[in-house]
Write a protein that binds this ligand. Sequence first.
Ligand code: C2E
Ligand code: MG
Ligand code: MG
Length: 620
Amino acid sequence: MAKFSKPVEQVQYTALSPEEQEQVLLLQQAVLEEVALGQDPIRVVENICRLAEAALPNSVATCMLLNDAGDHLDVLAAPSVPAEAIARLNGLCPGPGAGSCGNAVYRQEPVYVENTFVDARWHDIRLLARDFNIGACWSMPIRSAGGRVLGSFALSSFEHRLPSSFHRKLLEIGAHLIGITLARQESDARIAFLASHDALTGLPSRALVRDRLAQAVARAQRERRGGALLFIDLDNFKLVNDSLGHHFGDLLLERIAGRLKSCVRDCDSIGRQGGDEFLMVLADVEGTEAVSVLAEKVLDSMGDPFQVEGHELTASLSMGIAVFPGDGTDPDMLIRKADAAMYHAKDAGRNTYRYFTERMNVDSAEHLALRNDLRRALEQGEFVLHYQPQLRLADGAVLGVEALIRWHHPRQGLMAPGRFIPIAEACGLIVPLGEWVLGEACRQAAAWQARGLTPLVVAVNLSPIQFRRGNLEAAVAGALSASGLEARWLELEITESVLMHDTGAMTGLIQGLKGLGVKLSIDDFGTGYSSLAYLKRLKVDKLKIDQSFVRDMESDEEDAGIVRAVIQMARGLHLATVAEGVETAGAADMLRAAGCDEVQGYHYARPLPAHDLEAWLSAR
Ligand code: C2E
Ligand code: MG
Ligand code: MG
């Protein structure tokens, strides 16, 4: 295909159905009411994004605004887009290869890209599409009352597809409403402030901090002094957003930004890089010792818990540090290096900082490569499930197996889920991957039954992301009907973080799943804060006591006490208990004495490939 030839739009338009017309009207009404009520414009734009997303499964909406100089776009709102992707979108220069949004602003017309992986209009940001599984993207210019293009409003789908007339209408209305929302801003000055500052925290935007970094580097070179760039990323912030909701996450971010501000001196700057990431420019610091003192101060500032709407939350952060001019003088290069160092701080166990070293350049490339491999792996059938038996303590009967995923990586060999599940979650691939796991586990369980083995319950792990995106109930029902497995032989393992915020939607979804007849267990119980009474109300069947408590039971009296207390309370509520990570006969004895129902662990069997499990079962 010739690069940058003007593609022919192949979208067919048909009349909207009465239902679709009504949906469009409702969207319009909802937003105009918010505008009339004087809602914060950013919130309004975020709501427009959410309403558009609701109209297309597996999609995310993005609103990007042109900066003052009109030379780049920054994300104004994208409530469902991972922070990492937002960081990479910020600063996008409109142009013929700059994706759908960059093109919509560049061409000043709607741009519908059916396949971002091949379309020349995505030439410059192809990697972004692949990394975040953006299959198609449709963008609509946002205009001021006077017709000037202010930015773009886009809907991205994980599948390759073109918009229906309904989606096109939604985009038009959405962009129009965003234009109105922005026009409500008292003056252009406010918009200018928004463009250079982060609306949530009031901190300078990514672009502005980058400018300040460039200035600090130039000054350091002139005056032969040094400085440092800190790339700060909150630890486990996604968990707060996923479990307590974005509203709550935003409030926490505001508080955290406040504390970070109090750490910097007048000559320093701090800004929000996007999502849960911050940049701090330290001017005029000589030597790593002085930088480390400031880095420690930043870590310490998170020491006290935060009070947010009645919840007490603790936060910690990981930091990567690049020093200038030592690590370079180009601002973008410094940001990349500090970013790479930040990942090493995460790997080192979080809540710490790391200085950039050359070795890190190699590592971050490896991480990226893994993400790209993951995409192909599903199509190539590189995943397998291993099965770990779960036994009744009283008589040693095998009641079920937990399906645990592994990846036969073509170059790196068998890989444990801890290495790739977080990456799959970050790029959205966990949804199709999770569906594959459900389908395969049900197929295997049904096959065993068909071959006359004693029926076993197969337990499947679900990621919190699967609850928020994708149609989980349909996926579970589909896996059951495709395999012919009766629902009572399937158990779904969910983590406490899914339940931390009792939204009606989550309760409804869980009830819907239970309605199918499947069993429900709470994985890694004891690491979150769910109340037992609440779990009982949700009709949860089992608690899986986290292995961190079980592992040290024999030597740690406190852990043993926790395990006994959980078992006792669960019994009072008629909830079954499973102890995970049972590695010794001693631990099994203690659990039996405490009245635990079931056990799982290396003491009995490791997770085994399907045929090895069969051998293990028949050897018993
Ligand atoms: P999990 O659900 O808590 O699974 C139990 C983990 O403990 C498994 O690790 C298992 O191999 C390990 N384990 C079992 N018995 C023992 C023991 O006696 N001692 C020790 N030290 N470890 C034991 P694995 O297979 O590496 O899986 C890690 C986590 O990855 C799982 O924790 C689960 O959260 C996640 N995971 C695995 N498969 C899937 C999947 O299909 N989908 C999703 N979303 N997550 C999965
Ligand atoms: Mg599990
Ligand atoms: Mg577990």
